[in-house]
Design a binder for this molecule. Structure first.
Ligand SMILES: Nc1ncnc2c1ncn2[C@@H]1O[C@H](COP(=O)(O)OP(=O)(O)OP(=O)(O)O)[C@@H](O)[C@H]1O
Ligand SMILES: N[C@@H](CCO)C(=O)O
Length: 293
């Protein structure tokens, strides 16, 4: 069996814990029945003993395979990782969504993507990465009880993402602790109004107003202070024509939405200004998780 799951960029500025989209940078996992448990890891994280063990994937896969079949069986897992780890591109959501999709498929249980999404919420309690990882495209999502309610909009192929991946990680858990417990009404209204406006702009494909809609006062600047070069990354991307430029998830990656025709110019400007960081130009993804049994 083959599972492929995309990277995601959450928040998109003001849409804290609610907005996210998928990009075409995929982790792939090959799973085969085996007499013994065996794991091989290639690509991102393959030099890190903790990532190589992939306890996150295995614990979710085993728990759900047992829940669905009542059995524990052995498999061979081959992980091909392309999503940078702990960089704000939804690496943990990708693992969770892949593990659940793999467990349902190997168990031979029929499922739909909504089921995977609701199960994924048990492992990641905000829906802004798991929703596009499952569905692809741009998504607005909220949680009521133990369910995710979400709406997807497909993304056009004349837009690209230029992502700047710093050489240092920011863990989501740590990056949430730098945020205040309470917000002033003005900051809340500033971001809430832009998140609503941004959703309308994505739904109506009005890209040129995203520069205004993508501003935020809830989390970005507070988090970017942990890596001050990011202010310069944002300035450089906007100066060279990015449609919007936002901290990806909890950081450290910066996500820049660009017209395909401008992608190379923006990519080169960012790479030459920040040679120590990795820059990728990526298509946007409308498929979400894909499984071939
Ligand atoms: N390919 C992988 N293999 C094994 N474990 C992984 C893998 N990708 C992510 N993880 C686990 O997820 C953790 C990273 O989660 P974290 O939420 O901090 O980052 P992220 O998901 O990349 O960022 P964000 O949620 O802001 O987009 C890693 O420390 C590791 O435990
Ligand atoms: N909405 C989440 C995304 C990262 O997982 C955050 O900003 O903390």
């Amino acid at each position: 069996m083959f599972v492929s799951v995309p990277a995601t960029s959450a928040n998109l500025g003001p849409g804290f814990d609610t907005l996210g989209l998928a990009v075409d940078l995929r982790n792939e996992i090959i799973i085969k029945p085996s007499k013994f448990l065996s794991i091989s890891t290639h690509g991102e994280g393959s030099d890190n003993p903790k990532i190589k063990k992939n306890t996150l994937f295995l614990s979710i896969f085993n728990e759900n395979y047992k829940r669905l079949t009542g059995r524990t069986d052995n498999f061979r897992f081959e992980f091909h990782n392309r999503i940078p780890i702990s960089r704000g591109l939804g690496s943990s959501s990708a693992v969770i969504v892949a593990a659940l999709s793999a467990a349902y498929t190997t168990a031979g249980v029929r499922y739909n993507k909504r089921e995977i999404l609701n199960q994924a919420l048990r492992y990641e309690h905000h829906p802004d990465n798991i929703t596009p990882a499952v569905m692809g495209g741009f998504n607005v999502a909220c949680v009521e009880g133990d369910r995710v309610y979400s709406k997807k909009r497909r993304l056009p192929d004349y837009l690209n993402a230029v992502v700047v991946v710093p050489n240092r990680t920011i863990s989501t858990a740590k990056s949430r602790t730098v945020l205040p417990k309470m917000y002033r009404k003005e900051e809340t209204v500033y971001s809430l109004s832009r998140a609503a406006y941004m959703t309308a702009l994505f739904m109506s494909e009005s890209w040129d107003l995203l520069r205004i809609a993508s501003k935020d006062k809830l989390h970005q600047a507070r988090r970017m202070k942990m890596m001050p070069e990011l202010f310069e990354v944002q300035k450089t991307a906007l100066k060279h024509g990015a449609v919007m430029s936002t901290l990806s998830g909890s950081g450290s990656t910066f996500f820049n939405l660009v017209y395909e025709k401008d992608a190379q110019k923006i990519h080169s400007a960012l790479q030459s200004r920040f040679p120590q960081f990795r820059v990728f130009t990526l298509a946007l993804d409308n498929n979400g998780v894909m499984v071939k049994s």
